[in-house]
Design a protein around this ligand. Structure first.
Ligand code: DLL
Length: 428
């Protein structure tokens, strides 16, 4: 269901809103954040040069390094006393990125999350079991507030705690579950182990995000649980979950809430904006944030933009689902390897469970790549034969051969119960 009229406003109306808000955001950032003042001065741009979104590409990019250099709160544009909440990104390396919100920012977050949930098919009478982690991670509280804003009922189970999670799904008949795709698969397996058929649950929709997944993995989730799986995207630096989401009607790209987040796609090498439909790095400018305005933030996430009106009636641009990050690229013996290429092979093979890991080590000057993969419980041939099959599929898509390919028993590889799955272990 369409939650707010803005979602169906004409492109011209939307453009007018974006123009005004962009000019205000640039002025706010320039006046209150030394980093932006220096960056704009250095680029010879003054806030008055930015009349609207047609001028956005004049602005310098903001990067993850800028957050790191200004740790913890140097990117904030309001005094401490005006902050209402602080979260942090779940960065796996180095210091986390600290992000702050004023009351108004929290209100906007609630609104975009309510829109997102509504687009996913959540209705006020539904019970939403929220299995995203609560705490500094934006997933838990972001979903929580959005469910309340929509007027639905939230069960704040949080991440992990699988036995209780399953009890709640059964006893409280949750219609909606929100969690990472890897945890969703883990839950499905855990139910199977306990002899519970997920198709007997009241569950209709799962809202998965916070980490990349491929279409075959989504199909696996939809089949295992008998649900519609909707992809939700977001990042702490911009607000958290709720930057964009698929609509349940089309499940064909994620609507970006463009009245709050202005998107561009650029060539990650040259920084040049790319035309509609070409894949590149997503760059986002916040249009309404007070505590942490962000100008042309390089998300690192690879996607495309599609401005065609959607079957659901929404006019807001859709981004393609993010299957990888610009910095995901692994260079193995000088050859480019994207983990998503390996994942696609694994998931296409019925005999293989969607659990695998890639280990990279260095032997003297030489990179070594080991891939470990679990076979599926119902698989009946010999693991050696399966190994050969995977090997030939990998050869077709990779320009570098794994040095070791290991097929292991179901349940061998470590699962993530909380947070985001880690599949690549680069020990080099
Ligand atoms: O993961 C916010 C979030 C919470 C999104 C719950 C969706 C659901 P961070 O911890 O800052 O924030 O991580 C952001 O996660 O730049 C992407 O690389 C990745 N990511 C988030 N959503 C998706 C998705 C939250 N749907 C980083 N598909 C982003 C692929 C995703 N990657």
């Amino acid at each position: 269901m369409i939650y707010s009229d803005t979602e169906v406003s004409s492109r011209a109306e939307l453009r007018a809103i974006q123009d005004g808000r962009l000019a205000e955001t640039v002025a706010h950032a320039y006046e209150n954040v030394p980093h932006y003042r220096d960056a704009l001065d250095e680029a010879n741009i003054s806030p008055g040069d930015i009349g609207g979104v047609e001028d956005v590409s004049k602005l310098p990019f903001t990067t993850k390094e800028d957050f790191r250099d200004n740790y913890p709160d140097g990117m904030f544009a309001v005094p401490r006393a005006e902050l209402a909440r602080i979260h942090a990104s779940s960065g796996t390396t180095g210091k986390p990125k600290i992000v702050g919100y004023t009351d108004s920012d929290l209100g906007i977050w609630r609104e975009v999350m309510a829109r997102s949930l509504s687009a996913a098919g959540v209705e006020p009478e539904h019970v939403v079991q929220n299995a995203y982690g609560y705490g500094l991670f934006t997933g838990g509280l972001g979903f929580h507030d959005g469910v309340e804003e929509l007027g639905a009922c939230v069960i704040p189970v949080g991440g992990g705690n699988t036995a209780r999670q399953i009890d709640m799904l059964q006893d409280l008949e949750s219609e909606v579950l929100s969690c990472t795709p890897s945890y969703c698969l883990y839950l499905a397996e855990a139910m199977e182990d306990r002899g519970i058929d997920p198709h007997d649950l009241a569950l209709e929709t799962v809202i998965i995000g916070a980490e990349p997944f491929t279409d075959p993995m989504r199909e696996e989730i939809e089949e295992a649980l008998g649900v519609t799986a909707v992809d939700v995207y977001g990042l702490s630096e911009i607000i958290g979950p709720g930057v964009s989401i698929e609509c349940a009607e089309a499940q064909d790209g994620q609507h970006i809430w463009e009245d709050h987040f202005y998107p561009e796609v650029i060539d990650p090498e040259t920084g040049e904006p790319l035309p509609e439909g070409e894949e590149g790095e997503l760059v986002i400018t916040s249009l309404t944030k007070e505590a942490l305005p962000v100008l042309r933030y390089r998300t690192g996430d690879m996607t495309t933009l599609n401005y065609e009106k959607c079957a659901c009636g929404r006019t807001m641009v859709r981004m393609g689902n993010v299957t990888g990050r610009a910095d995901d690229l692994l260079i193995v013996r000088g050859v480019n390897v994207y983990p998503s290429q390996i994942e696609e092979v694994m998931i296409d093979l019925d005999a293989v469970a969607p659990h695998y890991r890639i280990d990279l080590t260095r032997d003297g000057q030489l990179d070594r790549m080991k891939i470990s993969v679990e076979y599926h419980e119902n698989f009946e041939d010999s693991p050696a034969e399966l190994r050969d099959r995977i090997d030939s599929c990998l050869r077709e898509i990779l320009d570098v051969k794994p040095d070791e390919l290991e097929v292991v028993e179901p349940g061998t590889l470590e699962r993530t119960e909380v947070g985001k799955v880690k599949r690549v272990f680069d020990h080099r």
